[in-house]
Design a protein around this ligand. Sequence first.
Ligand code: ADP
Ligand code: MG
Length: 562
Amino acid sequence: MPTETFEFQVEARQLLQLMIHSVYSNKDVFLRELVSNASDALDKLRLAALRDEAPDADVSDLHIELEIDKDARTLTVRDNGVGMSYDEVGRLIGTIANSGTAEFLRELREAQDGGGAEGLIGQFGVGFYSGFMVADEVTLLTRRAGEPKGTRWTSRGEGTYTLEAVDDAPQGTSVVLHLKPADPENQLHDYASVWTVREIVKRYSDFITWPIRLVGGSGDDGEAAEPETLNSMKALWARSREEVSEEEYHELYKHIGHDWREPLETIQLRAEGTFEYQALLFVPSHAPHDLFRRDSGHGLQLYVKRVFIMDDCEALLPPYLRFVKGVVDAQDLSLNVSREILQQDRHIRMMQRRLTKKVLSSVKDMMTDDTGRYATFWREFGAVLKEGLVTDPDNRDALLAVTSFATTHGDGGGTATLRQYVERMPEGQDAVWYITGESRESVGDSPHMEAFRERGIEVLLLTDPVDEVWVDAVSEYEGRPLRSIAKGEVDLGAREDDRGDEEREKQAEEYAGLLGWMGERLAEDVKEVRLSTRLTVSPACLVADANDLTPALESMYRAMGQ
Ligand code: ADP
Ligand code: MG
């Protein structure tokens, strides 16, 4: 087959432009990305071998190799992992697989206009393409384990790449970076230097569980030296917290979370006894774009006795904690364990319960110790966490304790917890009042709010779609009913200018004719027309029955196709 030339997908091309003109100041991370891909490829191959799915693969010495050629100014990152087929190379390397592609494009344009592209790269992580920060040409040679032929991919990052089938490629993948000229002012970042490469690996990839060997680094006498293993390969989750630096944890997070930013929170747990396991969990600092897409992979990595078993293991945490990243390493599971088995396993369920409680208690701690961090957490993940109020009755109290709401209290711009609400409830108020709707502004202007504003009664403003659902599931907080100000009869008790029952009955008689007439005219649209004490300024408002779907909930169910 001859060499074929292809164009990069549009967004890939734009991204490459950013890389080539390297707006990202910390170029060292390109090596972390390539090593991370190599490590994933080795994990995949070992797993396939464990499951007897790769009979022709060689898994005898799985490792990563870095090779420097000073004269040619190349750095090669090589693995003997799973590799890629010809089609896979085109699909995986020529496009951006990120599910938020449309959003990515939009943000990319904005960033280019506003000069904020660096943050954007950090946000999306650009994996393989980051090689173009340091190289003006990249060649990738790969052969899928078990397949006879290999593929060579080459690009200068400028709009096109070539693909070519090759007969004699070793199993796995090697990425050759033709390095840009070194900056004589900045020897620390000369990637053809053994010293630089060694330092970068120690710093970003020490925990990688496969050996990372440096080969071809010449000895003092100019002879090729023995391969040197650069990383310690220690599993961070198996070490005590005192032994591990924050930075090491963060690098592990970036590897497994495919994120370039620091995590918001690191959570460690060790369970001893009959079913032993260790967990190292991270709460990211930003919600991913696909958090609400059912088909996208969420979940933890599962290891069994240090051997990687699977990604996106959903059985380890409930769906409402799907934003949590991390590793769980269990002692007593079979290496052959499948997703189906995991879903039913009693130990896994116990583990899920324990991990859930641990995450919730960490959020609670964050709330008490660091309100700023908690606020970030809530902004990013609050809407997901609230799903748990519906789906996880066992942890409902723990969830309510860490839930916060926009509120009319104070200047109306703040948030409140249910505890705070109840603590400042005046004598005589018996319910926790809320309103649901689409945005803080729209609910703030609602006519339902008038009587509450007038009487100075605090109202919680619930504007996430999920709010419509959980308020039905959670009917009370510490004995106080949760009630919508927009549903059913609202009796706020007497006001000073209130005219008493007699007066109200008289009014009802007086208006009976008008109400009857309006009821007839509006029969198609409303169930009933009645007099109300809930308004002070507006002449009329729409009220739902206490048991009806609210308009927002109706539209949510419609959106979900029900
Ligand atoms: P990510 O790692 O976040 O998926 P990358 O840009 O780093 O994004 O890599 C894109 C895809 O290319 C990977 O998901 C993987 O399928 C494939 N890939 C990259 N490097 C390798 C490698 N060394 N061996 C096998 N597959 C690879
Ligand atoms: Mg990657």
